[in-house]
Structures are given as C-alpha cells and as structure tokens.
Design a binder for this molecule. Structure first.
Ligand code: ADP
Ligand code: MG
Length: 409
C-alpha cells in the first residue's frame, strides 16, 4: 500500500536510508581492506570522511557501523560533536559503554578497574582535567589505556572495535582536538605482543577502526594544528555527488519487481515505478543524496496508485522546490566570500569559457595565480568543482542552481 507510512525514502539527516545508492568504494574499503586488515593485526590508518552538508557522510558511516554491529563487532554509536563540546568527554563515555558491553567491568584485574575509574573521571570532567594540573589522571592517557584494554579484549573475541565521531568540524578547542587525535592515532599505531599458536610471539596492531566525519572545514581549520601526525594516521576522503548510474541502480528494484510494502492486512503489496519516473528523480536530484531522498519521498506521497509515474515525480518535486533551493543555498552560504565569488563567476561563464584566467578576470583580479588557492579548495577540499580544462562543476546541484532555473522542474 502506497502511503506516507510505507514511504521508503527518507529525507532527513543521520539515517541509513532504505533506498541506498552507490558509495561502493567506501563500503568496499571497510569490508575488503580496513576491517580484515585491522582484524588480522595489520596497520591501517583511520578514515576521515568529509563533504558538504547532505552528501551522506553520517549515513555512510552509520551504515558501515550497523553492518559491523550485525556481524558482532563492538561499535560506538555515532558520537556527534555539538559546537564547542569537549570531545574527550564524549568519546570517553562512548568508549566506556563499549567497555561495559565487552564485559571489561567484570575483569578481575586491578589495572583494568583502575583504568575504568580514570576514564569515568574523564567522562565527567573531560579535557578540563589536564588543565587543572597533575592531581587528576591525564585524560588522554586514561582513554588510551582503555582503548588498549578494549582492543586486547577484541583480539580474544576476534572482533573489531569501531569508533565513529561525527561533526568533527565542531571541535573548536585546538588543544582538545589535538589531544583527541593523538590519543586515537596512538591507539591505531600501538602494537601488542600476541602468542602464536605454534609457540613464540609476534607484534600486532589492535583491531580498532576510527572514522571521523564532518564538514570540509575540518580540513582547513584543524590543518595546521593537528600536524603531520594526523596526516599520517588518518586518510581523508571527500564525498561528492552520486553518479546517475548509481542512482538509477538504486531505483531499479522499483522499476523491475516493485518495492515491497505492507498492504495493511498483514500481507505485502508491491509499488512499482515507471522508467521515466526513475529517470526524472535522478535528473532532478542532480546527484545529491539528500535531494534524491526528497524527490523520491515527494513522488511516493504524490499519489496512492501502485505505480509511481513521472507526473507523481513532478508533483512531488514542486512541493519540495523550496527545500531543494535551501539545500544548495546552505552549501553556497557556507563558502567564504572569495570562494563564493569564484563559484558565481564560474557559473556566469559559458562552460567552454571556464578557464582560470577568465574566472579571475570576471572576479576583477589581474592574474590567475590570485584565484589559485580558492579554486584548489573548491576542488580538493570541498569537491564542488573540478579543475580540468576547462573548469567544470562536480556539484551538479550547485551548477543547476546557478546556471538554470532549477529547482523549477
Ligand atoms: N548512499 C546514499 N544513497 C541514498 N541516499 C543517501 C545516501 N547517503 C545519504 N543519503 C541520504 O541523504 C541525506 C543526508 O545524509 P547525511 O548522511 O545526513 O548527510 P551528511 O552527514 O553528509 O550531512 C539523508 O536523507 C540520507 O537518507
Ligand atoms: Mg551528518
């Protein structure tokens, strides 16, 4: 039965949507590289996943974490950093909860009990502990020690510990940020001795995986402070738009066999989608995960029949246009003035005219070198443009917004 209640599209934040598209590289990185390697005691860096709002950073890692938890791994919930929060405090409480779940509390070893006590203090007082001086435990050392114990227990259970810290750009205290990153980095590069089945021993890394997610600002802001250690211990990926093939593939189950829903009588119904309707959704959303869900949601809610038509998509989109504009405006509005000007100037030029020299000229600047830094950040850090010959937009929603009357269908 097709109703808002059975709508499988979810346009919100921090959800793992039922209609999932793409991100195959990142999912495979977890499944085929990161998890198996850390589980085997081999080294892998932490992962930092950055991107503009709505690119699906939180969803991606939540999905990875959900799959991990289903497989028996020890997973923190998504640890969201509110603006100005003390990161050590939040991470300490999340890791404590993992330690509880892992049964560390039941340990007969005095050392473990001591560590748990120390981390509990960190969970209460956080970074402030180290500022107060030497009377309390050093918060980062306590957290590090607990991670090592947890990692050790995970080795015995043959599982991985997964830590997900979200909205990392909100950690505004440089000292606290650097303590957190160093602690996590130290846990990732810590080696422990394990006994081998045939006798003898070997060194291995702990089965700990860390995902940091947040806005690209994290890269700039913390860049200088977090230093070389961070760069070596975390690998950064910038998420960009989804490609059309992936989005069409995500809608294929609707088109081919229909999407299963409850029929209201304890049975199941199937809601199908016309090929043209699927195409229209993919075209309207411009590759933005959030807009994909928004378009799908609107189309589903636009009628009750068992078939979603192109008219449904258009009707649904009309009611979502305001939100679609707001989504792009949020991306543009967050840009520093020069980067914003750059994007506007680029959009005003015909696609073949988008060279660095032309863009600089439209911005009233004498030379291309003056705009170099902005264009580099818009490309590498934000994933909004591609510095090819000529320059082009990688964020297709931004392009459509600036150069056509999109979101008007
Ligand atoms: N791979 C994906 N396929 C389909 N929809 C997605 C995907 N990733 C995210 N979304 C949707 O996009 C929206 C924003 O996702 P979210 O993870 O909150 O973004 P971010 O954390 O980058 O701001 C959510 O509605 C979510 O359902
Ligand atoms: Mg998010």
């Amino acid at each position: 039965m097709r109703s808002p209640l059975t709508n499988p599209f979810q346009a919100g934040s921090d959800v793992v949507p039922d209609v999932w598209a793409g991100r195959a590289d990142q999912l495979s990185d977890w499944r085929d590289v990161l998890r198996p390697r850390r589980l085997a005691g081999l080294y892998e860096t932490g992962r930092t996943i950055l991107g503009e709002p709505g690119t699906g950073k939180s969803s991606l890692v939540r999905r990875i974490a959900r799959d991990a938890a289903d497989a028996g791994d020890w997973v923190t919930p998504q640890i969201r950093m509110p603006s100005g929060a003390d990161p050590l405090k939040l991470v300490a409480s999340a890791v404590l909860r993992l330690a509880d779940a892992a049964g560390l509390r039941a340990s007969a070893r005095q050392r473990v009990t001591d560590i748990l006590d120390r981390v509990e203090q960190v969970a209460i007082s956080g970074f402030a502990l180290s500022v107060r001086g030497s009377d309390g435990p050093e918060p980062s050392t306590a957290l590090f020690d607990l991670l090592v114990e947890l990692g050790d227990a995970a080795i015995r259970q043959d599982v991985v510990v997964l830590i997900h810290i979200d909205e990392v750009q909100n950690i505004s205290d440089d000292a606290a940020l650097s303590q957190l990153l160093i602690t996590l980095g130290d846990a990732l590069s810590h080696e422990v001795e394990v006994r081998l089945p045939g006798g003898g021993s070997a060194l291995r890394f702990l089965p700990i995986v860390v995902y940091l997610t947040g806005l690209p600002d994290f890269e700039d802001r913390a860049g200088a402070r977090k230093g070389a250690t961070f760069a070596r211990r975390f690998r950064t990926v910038t998420l960009a738009a989804l490609d059309e093939g992936d989005l069409l593939a995500a809608l294929q189950p609707f088109v081919i066999s229909g999407w299963e829903t409850a029929d209201g009588d304890g049975g199941v119904d199937r809601v199908t989608m016309r090929t043209e309707a699927a195409r229209a959704i993919v075209e309207l959303c411009c590759g933005e995960p959030f807009l994909f869900q928004l378009a799908g949601q609107g189309a589903w809610n636009a009628g009750q029949a068992d078939v979603v038509t192109e008219d449904d998509v258009l009707a649904g989109w009309r009611s979502a246009e305001g939100e679609a504009s707001a989504h792009v405006e949020r991306i543009l509005g967050r840009l520093p003035p020069r980067e914003h000007e750059f994007i506007e100037a680029m959009g005003a030029l015909a696609p073949s005219e988008r060279t660095l020299t032309n863009i600089a000229e439209s911005m009233g600047l004498a030379s291309a070198t003056q705009v170099g830094p902005f264009s580099r950040r818009l490309d590498t850090t934000r994933g909004i443009i591609t510095r090819g010959k000529p320059y082009s937009f990688r964020n297709r929603a931004v392009e459509a917004y600036l150069t056509t009357d999109w979101p008007r269908a």
